[in-house]
Design a protein around this ligand. Structure first.
Ligand code: UDP
Length: 252
């Protein structure tokens, strides 16, 4: 399928993915691109194979979540870099779960880098590139009226469930899930689903087999910090996942 030339059906183009209409009104095609961006897209590069690797990792992780009854938008792969997903109305929130302090938590608080948190921390950000995805308070979240009370509780419950399922799964592969970002959306029936992607672009993952502080990084921090070997690191994660998971299903 020639996704890239299918402009008529293009619904949305983001930094790392394109979303297309499918033949069914309740489903969309999500294509993973090779573009890598950081620092609100001020840094931008093409990384060969990144779209493929991220699509495969996301598909496997969504299948792991599905096996643990975590509702998500993924339906199956339709090409190497493309998955079918339920159409959802995305809630403009970035839901970050942290197990170990890194990134903005260390820039914005005195908590030191690498410190294990006493319990998973959920940080909610308002998803808006122009505003730089600001961190929300509970009061501001309520003021924005993006969620009702039930959805607010459900988002926290699902985010913690995703964290425990994926942390346990990755730990068995000697990978540490430091933090990650989720997006949520509601499908046509109003069901809240984990949407978007779950990949080394949106997670911090450290290799337990490597004690070197930079060498252990297997995620987008390699790109942010110019460490090189970005796609090779993502491929290492995929290789370990493939060692325990069957190939992601093909959507028919
Ligand atoms: N993250 C993301 N998209 C964003 C912001 C963050 O996927 O727009 C992910 C990021 O890769 C990391 C986690 O969310 O795994 C926490 O990011 P953090 O708030 O520490 O910000 P950063 O250090 O990435 O600026």
């Amino acid at each position: 399928m020639q996704m890239t030339s299918d402009h008529a059906n293009l619904l949305y183009e983001g930094k790392a993915k394109r979303v297309f209409n499918s033949n069914h009104s309740d489903r969309v095609l999500v294509e993973f691109k090779n573009d890598a961006t950081a620092f609100n897209a001020r840094k931008h590069m093409q990384l060969r194979k990144k779209g493929f690797v991220n699509c495969q990792i996301s598909a496997c992780l969504f299948e792991v979540l599905e096996g643990e009854q975590v509702p998500n938008h993924y339906l199956g792969l339709i090409a190497d870099t493309c998955m079918m997903a339920q159409r959802v109305q995305i809630i403009p929130l970035e839901v970050v779960v942290r197990n170990i302090a890194a990134g903005s938590l260390c820039r914005e608080t005195p908590i030191s880098f690498g410190q294990e948190l006493p319990a998973p921390l959920i940080d909610l950000y308002y998803k808006d590139d122009e505003m730089g995805d600001p961190l929300l308070t509970e009061a501001r979240l309520e003021l924005l009226g993006l969620l009702d009370r039930e959805q607010r509780l459900e988002i926290s419950r699902l985010a913690l469930k995703v964290n425990s399922v994926l942390s346990t799964f990755l730990d068995k592969l000697q990978l540490t899930l430091v933090d990650f970002k989720l997006e949520f959306g509601c499908n046509e029936s109003g069901q809240l689903l984990v949407a978007d992607e779950i990949s080394p672009d949106t997670c911090r993952v450290w290799d337990q087999r490597n004690t070197d502080l930079d060498g252990r990084i297997l995620d987008k921090d390699r790109f942010r910090k110019d460490l090189g070997g970005v796609v090779e690191a993502y491929e290492e994660i995929l290789k370990r996942i493939q060692g325990v998971c069957s190939k992601p299903r093909i959507y028919r």
